[in-house]
Design a protein around this ligand. Structure first.
Ligand SMILES: [Zn+2]
Ligand SMILES: [Zn+2]
Length: 332
């Protein structure tokens, strides 16, 4: 099968190679990959050489069950031909992290990536994926829409961690950084707390325009009770601290540049809560597919560049150079 292999010596770092297709066993399923969203974390890994040579990246995957054993099919109710999404990791559900709604910190979670990755034609899902993370995609959704299940689930987790859903009284919310994650978070804030004042900001006009298309308010105010930081530049950290009200919560949902520093006295005197949110819990994945399926969260405008296995590396560059929102790899 064809696969895009990470090669730090290659000019574009992703090299198309022919490798062996994963094999069916009694306890797995083989998925024909149909589409993959390119995640910001894939880009960070490629740009900063954070993965080893030979790795296959990509995880925001939608595909079709190509092969499954009778035993797995009977046990979990999936059949050959089913269109599915699955996150790449599965938590153990027993460790201290799992028992406290932080499944993405679980050791098992980190070690359980589907094999070999999603920037390729076929991948293998383990029995635990079939048991916990695989969901059938409703017929009315496109592959592109379904591919947002995992990233939207990450955003739902961030909202949960923020405490915004149960906040008493009226709050002001700011989403800083309007890439695909910022635009998903903003829509979720509006969905859960329509009674709050919600503002969104980015330094790029094209992104502000897209936010306006989604009916999001792009004015900037001050004294925010929640600031979602979905941009990692130094200036965005400073802005988040400056615009946070007394007692505010800042949710860090971006890989922040190393020159960006949180000013401790701002945190101390304003009694701020600064927390990170990275990857989802199992319940977030289910809710994400429901919200996409019911069109409560709109994702179809968030793909700016479509690629195939042959030109993904070029399209990723183009997305960056043209200030695009998100690249998507189509294998149809
Ligand atoms: Zn992702
Ligand atoms: Zn665990």
């Amino acid at each position: 099968m064809k696969a895009l292999i990470y090669n730090p010596d290659d000019e574009l770092k992703l090299e198309l190679q022919e490798i062996e297709k994963p094999k069916l066993t009694l306890t797995n399923a083989i998925i024909a990959v149909k589409g993959v969203g390119v995640c910001g974390s894939d880009l960070v890994k490629i740009n900063q050489n954070l993965v080893s040579r030979g790795s296959i990246l990509g995880h925001e995957m939608v595909g079709i069950i190509d092969e499954i054993s009778d035993a797995m099919s009977k046990k979990y109710g999936f059949d050959q031909g089913d269109r599915i999404v699955s996150s790449h990791h599965v938590p153990c559900l027993n460790c201290k992290f799992c028992l406290n709604q932080q499944e993405s910190l679980c050791e098992t979670f980190k070690k359980s990536n589907f094999f070999p990755g999603a920037f390729c034609e076929y991948l293998e899902l383990s029995e635990r994926h079939l048991q916990y993370t695989v969901q059938k995609v409703p017929d009315h959704l496109t592959n592109e829409e379904a591919s947002f299940t995992e990233p939207l689930a990450c955003c739902i987790k961030a909202i949960e961690r923020s405490g915004l859903k149960n906040y008493q009284g009226k709050a002001k919310v700011l989403v800083l950084g309007l890439g695909s994650i910022g635009l998903l978070i903003a829509q979720l804030v509006r969905f859960y707390r329509n009674d709050f004042q919600l503002n969104c900001f980015d330094i790029q006009d094209s992104r502000l325009k897209l936010a306006q298309l989604l009916d999001l308010d792009t004015c900037l105010d001050e004294d925010y009770d929640f600031v979602f930081l979905a941009a990692g530049a130094k200036a965005s950290v400073d802005t988040a601290l400056k615009l946070a009200s007394r007692g505010a919560t800042i949710i860090v949902f971006a890989s922040v540049n190393s020159d960006a520093v949180f000013n401790n006295n701002e945190i101390y005197y304003k009694e701020l809560t600064v927390l990170g949110s990275y990857s989802p819990n199992l319940t977030n994945l289910k809710e994400a597919l429901d919200l996409i399926s019911s069109k409560k969260i709109l994702v179809d405008k968030l793909i700016s560049h479509k690629a195939n296995l042959e030109n993904l590396a070029e399209k990723i560059l183009e997305t960056k150079n043209q200030n695009g929102i998100k690249a998507y790899l189509s294998l149809i």
